[in-house]
Ligand binder design. Sequence first.
Ligand SMILES: Cc1cc2nc3c(=O)[nH]c(=O)nc-3n(C[C@H](O)[C@H](O)[C@H](O)COP(=O)(O)OP(=O)(O)OC[C@H]3O[C@@H](n4cnc5c(N)ncnc54)[C@H](O)[C@@H]3O)c2cc1C
Length: 447
Amino acid sequence: MSIPKHIRYLVVGAGVHGLSTAYHLATVLKSRGTGSGLDIVVLDKSSVGAGASGIACGVIRNNYFQTAMRKLMVHSVEVWESDPDTYNYHSVGYIQAAPDVMQADVASIFRQQNEIGYSSVLIEGEKECSRYMQNIFSDWQARNISVVLHEKRGGYANNLPSMHALAAKAEGEGVKILTGVYVTGFRKHAASNAIETVVTDQGDINCEYVVISVGPWIRNIWQMLELPKHIKVRNSDGTVHDGVPMWAFWSLQEGTLGVNPAMQKTNDGSFPPVIHVDTDAPLYSVLSGKLLADGLWGIYYKPDFNFGGIQGGAVPQKISTDADEVKIDPYGPHSPDYIVDESFSEMWVSALAHCQKRFEGTYPKYKKEPSGGIGAFTPDSFPVFDVFCDNCYIIADSNHGYKMIGVGKLVADEIAGKKQGLLEPFRFSRYAQGSLHPVSNSPYPWS
Ligand SMILES: Cc1cc2nc3c(=O)[nH]c(=O)nc-3n(C[C@H](O)[C@H](O)[C@H](O)COP(=O)(O)OP(=O)(O)OC[C@H]3O[C@@H](n4cnc5c(N)ncnc54)[C@H](O)[C@@H]3O)c2cc1C
């Protein structure tokens, strides 16, 4: 395979963000008559969807406590809805069921969804929530649920098929995707901070503009660009924390119960919304009966033919190792260090059985294959979408991002010269300025 000596736009990473940016940039250039997909090359060290996008659970929701995230998700859901068959998108909706401690947060999400016209239903009160859920699943039995938010849009998409669909759309516009090409460094212009050359294991490529969309590998590229390992973070109350690590890794806990996905059909025989439950009811093991959790815990799940069963996950675990020491490769299920262990399967299947009676006795069906993967998180666990080194757009989604297929569309518009208000709250300068996103009572780092 030959790599070009020069290209106008070089995108590093063939996951959701790199592919979406390349495809949308090609269409923007074409519509303006200022170029086409032939001006764009995407490089990936492995293959299309080899990173987090290819192993993601694939859940697409609007359920965010932060206004800026919610608005961004409306835009992304519109992109999923624009071509659902090609994107392998299942618009089944999304339900969050939560306990007292989260009731006010969830109700405020509902109010704000209403204001922006995002269709959802709010149920409050324990009895009312049970009744609502039992109308969907007659065997619903989760306890301490005092609020339910049912989003009518969103749902999930099939991870790898959707990435191949995006790649085909980009290639259809003339974009070249070169796999098996490893970016190892950057050279700047003699007279400015801008990148002139991207160095790869197959030779140098001169370019006018670079897009970095490397998911969990952002730590490596950040180092290559000589960006700061530690930063100053000003909290909303004005206090300043110096020396905060720019990157921290979390290990995503996910797995599959190898049953017929159709067993999770609703009372009326349709495929159900994605279910996300947070509760503080005691959780007991389906294996030993011992108490597994007596504080806040949470799980999410959906029937998924792509995974071959009921697939989902639980609250991720923070990796305490210094970010520089975390081994990202081999990635995902191939990692010797960061796959889920039996404590996950015991907790997750026990939690499924806590929520719905149909899952009682199903533990032996849990697929004992490696699963899970790691994500690189920013200091406030929200994305950074910004230009660095004058001509380098970094898309670092802090592991929120499979659902964010629309970000590449917005980035393409910004590259073409039109600033996008939806991306403004995600600039790097927010850490120095103290313009952080509000924090919710959810047990997850990304809610
Ligand atoms: C287990 C798991 C489940 C998840 N579930 C969901 C979910 O349900 N919903 C959701 O919205 N998000 C989910 N996420 C988060 C989401 O998957 C990521 O935020 C998103 O996919 C990141 O996309 P990306 O394009 O930035 O990076 P990636 O998809 O990771 O792609 C990066 C690409 O860059 C390439 N690359 C890296 N370094 C180099 C280099 N030096 N040279 C060349 N190529 C390079 C890699 O090979 C890779 O293909 C999940 C994440 C994990 C790990």
